[in-house]
Design a protein around this ligand. Sequence first.
Ligand SMILES: Nc1ncnc2c1ncn2[C@@H]1O[C@H](COP(=O)(O)OP(=O)(O)O)[C@@H](O)[C@H]1O
Ligand SMILES: [Mg+2]
Length: 277
Amino acid sequence: MSAAEPPQGATRAPSGGSEAAKPQAWGHTNLLKLDNVSRHFGSLKAVQNVSFSMSEGELRAVIGPNGAGKTTFFNLVTGFVPPTSGDIWFDDENIRDRTVVHRVRKGIVRTFQITEVFPDLSVYENVRVGVETAAGLNGRPWLPRSVRNDVAARVDELLAVVGLASKADRVVGELAHGDQRVVEIALALAMNPRLLLLDEPTAGMGDTETDHMVDLVRRLHDERNLSILFIEHDMSIVFGIAQRITVLDQGRVLAEGSADEISRNEAVRAAYLGTEA
Ligand SMILES: Nc1ncnc2c1ncn2[C@@H]1O[C@H](COP(=O)(O)OP(=O)(O)O)[C@@H](O)[C@H]1O
Ligand SMILES: [Mg+2]
């Protein structure tokens, strides 16, 4: 167990809100909830009156044609853009006006959010920086041996989880594209997410890399009970792993349901005609 624990100080929130203080009504059922959220860019309605909820432990896909508002939806959840109207709840808190950093501390983590990959550093060093950032240890000139040991154990654990232990000493910038994206996932995991958001995790990957990424996402959900929200355009992946699917079209929720329900939905088929193979 101890190797799986983050180093001291790595727990998410130095801010208030203890576990015990959560209102009963929310519990852990609604991890994420959007109430009538819209985001306009000038006259363009990128996201329109979207209501959405997701349970803790769920593996959910967001799909939709290009320009449907999927990435904007992620930006609203992660705090990169504020909503024009509507509320966003995470666990027991209305986060609509909260900063990206606050949301990361709450456990809303997206690849490429706080940390970035350092291409000239090794895989190990990248993940170490991520672990130290999460633990608030960055920039300290000297760390006690016990803390260093905890950090090293956490780095080893994360490398094992994502399957990069054998490539720990490789320079990230020289890795294949697929492995670089896996490093990003390791960095996201270093932030101790409660909700992991992945925007097209298999984009630009070949078949083998795609299989590896899909297997990783599935394992993170199945073995670690991680709540995952992912945008994906490859329908075989979506139908293969998502428990529920939310379809966006022109900024609105067009449909929501299981793979079966979505694949039979006429409106979804119509929205995809001509844009999907
Ligand atoms: N920062 C922005 N400024 C202006 N328009 C934007 C911005 N971000 C997204 N959009 C527009 O919002 C719409 C939805 O974009 P996006 O959320 O990226 O869609 P998707 O990820 O589904 O392809 C598009 O028409 C896009 O051009
Ligand atoms: Mg997008």
